[in-house]
Design a protein around this ligand. Structure first.
Ligand code: FMN
Length: 143
C-alpha cells in the first residue's frame, strides 16, 4: 500500500507444545489465507519452540489479527516487542506470511553476526528482531 501508513506488530512467544512440521504447515496455511484477504503481510520464524513474528498492514487489520493470535492456545508467554506505525513502511510486502524454520545452526540466515551457535528468538529487541526477520526473508525463494 504505497503512500499509506503501515502499522506493525512484532512479538515473540513460546509454543504451547512440541510443534511438528505438519502443525506448522497447518498454522501457516490458515494464517496466509486470512492475511491475504485483508492485505496483511509479515514473516514468522520458529526456532527451539519459540516464535518470532511480524505482522504489517492497516492498523485495524493488524490489531484484529493480533487480538486473535494473543488468545491462541497453541502458544503462550507472548512478548510484544513493538506495536505502532512502521516508519520504514512494509518490509515484507511479498509475503502473506513468510516462514522460516530454524531446526539447526545451518538454517540460520546468512549475513548475520553470529554471537551464539544457537539462536534465541527471545533475546531480540525491536530493531534486532526486524533485522533478523529481514535476513530470514532474504533467504526465502520469491513467492
Ligand atoms: C504463532 C502463531 C502465528 C499466527 N499467525 C497468524 C497470522 O499471521 N494471521 C492469522 O490470521 N492468524 C494467525 N494465527 C492464528 C490465529 O491465532 C487464529 O487461530 C486465527 O486467526 C483464526 O482465528 P479464530 O480461531 O478466532 O477464527 C497464528 C497463530 C499462532 C500460534
Amino acid at each position: 500500500m504505497p503512500g499509506k501508513i503501515v502499522f506493525q506488530v512484532l512479538y515473540t512467544s513460546e509454543a504451547g507444545y512440541a510443534f511438528t512440521r505438519d502443525d506448522l504447515a497447518l498454522l501457516l496455511a490458515g494464517a496466509r489465507r486470512r492475511n491475504a484477504a485483508v492485505d496483511l503481510t509479515g514473516m514468522l520464524v520458529f526456532a527451539q519452540n519459540l516464535f518470532l513474528q511480524v505482522l504489517e498492514g492497516r492498523a485495524e487489520d493488524v490489531l484484529a489479527t493480533f487480538a486473535r493470535i494473543e488468545v491462541d492456545s497453541r502458544h503462550k508467554n507472548i512478548t510484544t516487542l513493538f506495536r505502532g506505525n512502521a516508519p520504514a513502511g512494509r518490509l515484507f510486502a511479498e509475503w502473506a506470511m513468510g516462514f522460516h524454520l530454524i531446526a539447526d545452526a545451518d538454517d540460520l540466515p546468512a549475513g548475520l553476526v553470529r554471537v551464539h551457535e544457537r539462536i534465541n528468538l527471545a533475546q531480540f529487541d525491536h530493531l534486532s528482531a526486524l533485522e533478523f526477520l529481514s535476513a530470514c526473508q532474504r533467504s526465502l525463494a520469491p513467492s
